[in-house]
Design a protein around this ligand. Structure first.
Ligand code: AMP
Ligand code: ZN
Ligand code: FE
Ligand code: FE
Length: 291
């Protein structure tokens, strides 16, 4: 069984439509695909229709932008009721923060003498519900300012670089509770990746488990082998689920091909079991795994 639980489509900052994403997953020989666009469930329906056509199992998720203290943490939420009003409101607020940031980034770039407009970024983002720095990066590439997304981040868009602008993110702990109340489960995305928050040591993760965290993403391209070993030990100590995923973004991120990391079937079964328990406890009408 080949299981990849963290991927992006054009509904956020990937380059495949949800249909193309599911098709690529099928062609890659995946059995289970998680679609986890940033801060939106807008790709779920198209992905579900395509998954049904191909007989692929689909786990509908969201990668939610949260903060622990001042630090950014990406939280994977699986199988929540997407109509749960507090979740809808939380995502709307984050998406608004994304939209508000675009003119500020553009302003900062203009201040550096770089010719770029908000309209160009909006056109690049197209139908995306979640606008992001990658769309700004794509305009910089199209305008010949940088060679690729990576260079746009390292020169201009990453924290500490001259066109970096913060945006609103929801509180991590509140969001873990919110997703539970929506009948879903949560997994920390790349917890020790390039933006590793200080609060996410073993004690910090243990506290999150107490309030309902189900697992951590261990096998991820941003984690070196020693990091994966250490995180796997922590997961073992805490008895939580371990996932592995590609964080595929289509052509938007190199070295993140579909299924470059995968989730162990037993761990996947534990995740799904935790989700059914959360669903039952919440009384919400959750989407469930589409098999
Ligand atoms: P944002 O969502 O606007 O805060 O931008 C963060 C997104 O940009 C994440 O989804 C990352 O996958 C992507 N990203 C971050 N750094 C890079 C990079 N160096 N190259 C390409 N994509 C990146
Ligand atoms: Zn992304
Ligand atoms: Fe992420
Ligand atoms: Fe991601």
């Amino acid at each position: 069984m080949k299981i990849d639980l963290h991927t992006h489509s054009r509904v956020s900052d990937g380059t495949d439509t949800p249909e193309e994403l599911v098709r690529s997953a099928y062609e890659q020989g995946l059995d289970v695909l998680g679609i986890t666009d940033h801060d939106t469930t807008e790709g779920w329906e198209e992905a579900a229709e395509t998954a049904t056509d191909f007989g692929l199992t689909l786990v509908r998720g969201i990668e939610i932008s949260t903060k622990l203290g001042r630090e950014s943490v990406h939280l994977l939420a699986y199988l929540p009721d997407p109509t749960y009003p507090p979740l809808v409101e939380a995502l709307e607020r984050i998406l608004d923060g994304r939209d508000d940031r675009v003119p500020k980034i553009v302003g900062a770039l203009n201040g550096l003498g770089i010719d770029i407009t908000v309209d160009a970024v909006k056109t690049m983002a197209g139908e995306a519900a979640a606008t992001g720095r990658p769309h700004v990066a794509d305009v910089l590439v199209a305008n010949g300012v940088v060679a690729n997304r990576d260079e746009a981040f390292s020169e201009y868009l990453s924290p500490g670089r001259p066109a970096y602008v913060e945006r609103y993110a929801a509180g991590l702990e509140d969001t873990i509770g919110l997703v539970r109340d929506a009948g879903g489960v949560t997994v920390l995305a790349h917890p020790w990746g390039r933006h590793a928050a200080e609060g996410l040591d073993e004690a910090g993760i243990a506290r999150l488990v107490e309030i309902g965290l189900t697992g951590i993403e261990v096998d991820h391209q941003d984690h070196a082998p020693e990091v994966r070993d250490e995180l796997r030990d922590i997961a073992g100590n805490l008895g939580i689920v371990v996932t592995g995923s590609s964080d595929y973004h289509g052509l938007g991120k190199t070295n993140h091909d579909l299924a470059c990391n995968t989730t162990d079937p037993d761990e996947y079964a534990r995740l799904v079991e935790a989700a059914s328990q959360a669903a039952e406890a919440s009384g919400r009408n959750v989407p469930g795994v589409l098999a």
